[in-house]
Design a protein around this ligand. Sequence first.
Ligand code: G3P
Ligand code: CA
Length: 288
Amino acid sequence: MIAAAGSPPARPWVVAHRGASAHAPENTIPAFTLAAEQGATFVELDVQRTKDGALVLLHDLTLERTTDIAQVFPDRAREVMVKGEARRQWPLADFTLAEVRRLDAGRWFDARFAGTRVPTLAETIAAVRGRIGLYIELKAPERYPGIEAEILAALTAAGLDQPYADPRTPVVLQSFTVGSLKILARDLRSTLPIHLLFGPADAARWTSAAGLAEARTFATGLSPDKQVLRADPGLAARAHALGMPVTPYTFRASAVGTYADVGAEMRAALAAGADGVITDNPDQAPRR
Ligand code: G3P
Ligand code: CA
């Protein structure tokens, strides 16, 4: 059942991480479409900016893992040292939208997806609107000054800038970058749901009573690493006491630890109080 306008979707929230990324190339329209077909509540996606200011979806800061840029622009690499090894990298920020459009973002995953392009945020919104929600991660926003306002402008243009304005396309914003969340909540006064992403290294800071109270001043919810919740089963209850939903990341069939399968791992997180799960495998998530 679809929630009423202004109300959050029914729990558990199944958040398809970079789309249904176990079965389709991450951060692409086919991965988002498949997530909708699999009944996920939201697609999670990573927003960054091209050299000429277009908002596009990409997880890494560089293009070589998920596109054919090494073949298309072989002379545009930067030579960098990574852990003492020389590497060639193609940073997104060095390329215009027209150049990024030439890249194949699907063949690396499977030949069936050859020809898939890196999508813009606007075309993604248009493609999924009315079918599934958006969990929008501001990826490394400190590298893209002003990106918070640009993302909100894209949502405003789509009529999605108010909380749960379209019950078929609920919107949550999230980032690991606290400064960016403060820009959204305080400077830009966004009333959209805003989640703080954090991993085990920052768990002590954000899960104490003082840390949760501080987080609540700029975020409405938490998206911790799943290991944080597993190590601290009382976290969800403490967050709920402040009105903050908890959606841990990332559940994937390829890394289930001691659980029998990813479905069992997700069920355990929900039993510990999680409001949803961020997963590469929305097809295996528990349903309402
Ligand atoms: O949504 C949580 C998750 O996406 C954060 O990690 O590295 O996959 O963006 P990452
Ligand atoms: Ca992400």
